[in-house]
Ligand binder design. Structure first.
Ligand code: NAP
Length: 240
């Protein structure tokens, strides 16, 4: 029987590539999104992958949404906590709202996504938890105190889950993408983008598929001995 996978923020950007790649690898996939109904509908039409709308920052919404996905698809074996946002500002201008929104989505959102699934994964003796962190959680970034804090926090989450889940057949790993050509990055001014590319030794932005292929590997049985790790996929921009 096919394994099932849940991808938060799976309707566009890196998440869209992850959803498609997992489907291509034989998984039954559910993708979530926050509010862009039009994009989600187009995604479902193009891929046949069902989408579900909830705010990952809300625990009760996440729990109810996950229950619905499991009612539709069966127990979830693989969860990819990918949904994320930026609300950039230099620290002296960052508002408490900008701080909180990013914490709620990128950090608490990972808790809210994985926590409702954890007991089932433990009971069934199998699970794959994959969190999409960021290069900026590893190195920090001007204007991203909030974002970098959440992405570094995501690494703490997977290292702890890796220890708690190991005896129950659950692995937890993270991927730290560098700069990937999605709307999030294409939205920055061209001059800034050019300056970013000049810092990437391979001389280009990454492609969403390059992250998706890492996810497919981490989700597979072949990756069973990889637990608590971070795959850094950034074109050589930063070495940990
Ligand atoms: N792009 C990069 O260069 C880069 C680099 C390093 C790490 N990352 C990380 O990779 C992940 C994906 O980034 P991306 O560039 O693909 O982003 P994106 O194109 O902006 O897509 C974000 C996805 O997350 C969903 N989402 C946002 N807030 C949500 C919420 N509160 N609840 C549920 N879903 C929510 C969005 O739903 P809607 O469509 O409804 O808005 C969308 O599906 C993020 O965690 C990001 O931090 C990206």
């Amino acid at each position: 029987m096919a394994r099932t996978a849940l991808v938060t923020g799976g309707s566009r950007g890196i998440g869209e590539a992850i959803s498609k790649a997992l489907k291509g690898a034989g998984y039954d996939v559910a993708a979530t999104y926050a509010g862009n109904d039009e994009k989600a509908a187009a995604f479902t039409e193009a891929t046949g992958i069902k989408t579900y709308k909830w705010n990952v920052g809300d625990y009760e919404d996440s729990k109810a949404g996950i229950e619905q996905v499991e009612a539709d698809l069966g127990p979830i074996d693989v969860v990819v906590a990918n949904a994320g946002i930026t609300r950039d500002a230099p620290f002296h201008k960052m508002t408490p709202d900008q701080w909180q929104e990013v914490i709620d989505t990128n950090l608490t959102g990972v808790f809210n996504t994985v926590h409702p699934l954890w007991p089932g994964m433990r009971d069934r003796g199998f699970g794959r938890v994959i969190v999409i962190s960021s290069i900026n959680g590893q190195k920090g970034q001007f204007g991203q105190v909030n974002y970098a804090a959440t992405k570094a926090g995501d690494l703490g989450i997977i290292k702890s889950l890796a220890q708690e889940g190991a005896k129950k057949g659950i692995t937890a790993n993270a991927i730290c993408p560098g700069y990937i050509a999605t709307e999030m990055v294409m939205a920055v001014p061209e001059k800034v983008r050019e300056s970013i590319i000049s810092q990437i030794p391979v001389g280009r932005l990454g492609e969403p598929d390059e992250i998706a292929r890492c996810v497919v590997f981490l989700a597979s049985d072949d990756a069973g001995f990889i637990n608590g790790s971070t795959i850094t996929a950034n074109g050589g921009q930063f070495f940990v």
